[in-house]
Design a protein around this ligand. Structure first.
Ligand code: MN
Ligand code: ZN
Length: 341
């Protein structure tokens, strides 16, 4: 079968590899139909993702149809359309024992530490698969994964309708967070440098927009909250200075969420955290949020239609990655598709 492997940073290759066979009773064999390209996939390709190991078949937004089931599989059947959870955890360490397998001490993420979805078939345990909403096409279904990341950050933040939320960054991550955050009933301020993205965010339910190229985000966030500051801030920009900016902007007793993986040193001080008794919380990947996302779609609360801007067949992954690198303004979500046989 065909697969896309990042051999080493900067080198993407279309390879032939052995089609997986079902060795575990609880496993299902999935014929892949769509796999999203995420910013973090680009990071692995460019060698800027510190967590990744090489060579690696990447892709963690994995959608397909079940072709074969192991003898012990009880919930899924051949023909079911599913999305695969990217998190593989040990089940025994402290994080796993308290139900936070997404930060397992020996965490293995599909497409990062172990092979992911840019291949024609994969075999995974049944409990890592989630049934897709019937009305959602496979290409759009890849967006369930970014949605789970957004659900994770809002849930880690304990976001509720009393909150005023500041989302810094209106890119792919920020847009997904906005879609989930608005369901909480919180007031939402978005901030970005690109006016078009701010306008899009306002259309998608943000209450206020701050253009950080023209305005000071800390000052504006305070002004929009009667001087108090937002009660929750989520860093969806993940730049060198974003953490300090959000620590400064957030009001007393607020929560500040980090989502970035930058290792660039950034200057923060204790005063800004202690004096306001801020909670600074990381949000990584997602912790069993696929069903939550799928339920929201099935209940009609979340619409992923129209989120895919481009598709490329698996064989043209290089072209797709070059296109992503072009930073073309038309790029929203780019998805790799698999040939029908
Ligand atoms: Mn992703
Ligand atoms: Zn563990």
């Amino acid at each position: 079968m065909k697969a896309i492997q990042i051999v080493r940073p900067g080198e993407l290759r279309l390879i032939e590899m052995e089609k997986p066979v079902l060795t575990e009773k609880d496993n299902v064999l999935i014929k892949m139909t769509a796999a999203g390209i995420c910013g973090s996939d680009m990071g692995i390709y460019h060698g800027t993702n510190a967590a990744a190991t090489y060579p690696r078949v990447i892709g963690h937004e994995m959608v397909g149809v079940i072709e074969e089931v192991g003898a012990g599989v009880t919930h899924l059947k051949v023909g079911d359309r599913v999305i695969v959870d990217q998190v593989v955890s040990c089940g025994h360490c402290y994080a796993c024992r308290i139900g936070r397998g997404n930060v397992c001490g020996s965490l293995r993420v599909r497409g990062v530490h172990i092979d992911g979805g840019y291949r024609e078939y994969m075999a995974v345990p049944e409990h890592d698969c989630y049934l897709l909403p019937k009305t959602l096409p496979d290409t759009e279904a890849v967006m369930i994964e970014p949605t789970t990341i957004a659900i994770q950050s809002c849930s880690r933040a304990g976001l509720c309708e009393d909150d005023t939320l500041l989302i810094l960054g209106c890119g792919a991550l920020g847009s997904s967070i906005l879609k989930i955050a608005r369901l909480s009933g919180a007031r939402i301020i978005v901030a970005d440098m690109v006016e078009e993205k701010l306008q899009e965010a306002l259309k998608n339910g943000a209450d206020y927009a701050v253009n950080i190229q023209k305005q000071d985000v800390v000052e504006q966030a305070k002004k929009l909250t009667e001087g108090y500051g937002p009660t929750v801030s989520i860093d969806a920009a993940c730049t060198k200075d974003s953490l300090l900016t959000l620590l400064n902007a957030t009001g007393n007793a607020g929560r500040v969420m980090t989502m970035g993986f930058s290792v660039a040193p950034t200057e923060v001080n204790q005063y800004v955290i202690t004096s306001k008794e801020l909670d600074v919380r990381g949000s990584r990947l997602q912790n069993k949020k696929f069903q939550t996302a799928i339920d929201l779609i099935n209940e009609g609360k979340l619409d992923l239609a129209g989120t895919i801007s481009h598709t490329f067949p698996l064989e043209k992954a290089q072209e797709a990655f070059d296109f992503m690198d072009s930073k073309d303004k038309s790029i929203r979500k780019v998805v790799l598709t698999f040939e029908e046989e």
